[in-house]
Design a protein around this ligand. Sequence first.
Ligand code: NAD
Length: 301
Amino acid sequence: MNILVTGGAGFIGKYLVKSLLEKGNSVTIFDDFSNSTKESISSLIEMGVKIIEGDITKPLEIINAVKDQDIVIHLAAKISVSESISNPLQTYRVNVEGTKNILTACEKNNVKKLIAASSAAVYGEGDPNVKLTEEAELNPISPYGQTKVKMESVIKQFESEHLINCIMLRFFNIYGVGQTSEYAGVITKFLERIEQGKSLEIFGDGLQTRDFVAIDDIISSINDGILNGKSGTYNIGNGKSSTIKDLAELMISISGKRLEITYTDSLKGDIRNSQADISLAKKEIKYSPKFDLDKIKELLE
Ligand code: NAD
């Protein structure tokens, strides 16, 4: 199959493109390299990936890139929450207007399938006692999360009017080697402290939970979407949550260092609990996460 991956040079994109090439697909990366480099994809170039340097906010560039593609996988986005607060318009332009351009390009080129990366940021603070299903209220607390809500509704609207199959995957807290600091949050911070031999600092009591999902499972979910895809919006997490305290203890124990955990005041606006209900993705696209949090040891090697 001919597959175009927008944002294919980014953190998720690199893993995805490698997996798609290994499966024998003809893959093209469309990326403006605003949050990635060409050097970082040299091994993919050796494997035969095609590269188009372009910007999804420029309609003509994306229309030309989508020609002759069977599937578009849309990962390109402004992903920094803090940038989305300081420059909400720019995040909106890329995440919403850019997505509209991709949809138009799919229509003009008769592409029948789109898989787009959404985020757990669409939920904001949910009910702390229940797993988040896709039906949960969308209440994003950042402009970044708001653009993902808008992106989803733009895609849904477009799908209702055109003959295209769209799958939106709401990724939870991804971890993996090579992750950019914008997203990695607590895991990156703990790693830095461990490397420096310093104590790990936890905001609040450490009992707040997150659904940490290995990058390998994220890539499987996209491949599942390609193979089994019914249109729809799906939570992609691990389905189990871990407390930040458990995460800190696990990372210290894997590191083999004798480090302490310290507790300070909780962060204002910090989400208390976040856990994905992944039953819909299991049922509809046959998503089945394989890795538990132990896989984090790869980051400490
Ligand atoms: P990333 O920043 O590493 O990759 C995004 C890529 O898009 C980069 O290579 C960047 O250069 C490119 N890009 C940005 N603006 C562009 C534009 N205007 N035109 C063309 N290319 C552009 O981010 P990532 O972590 O790989 O995330 C990929 C997708 O997954 C994003 O849509 C993100 O919102 C979503 N997501 C990621 C996570 C996570 O934990 N990494 C969690 C939830 C959702």
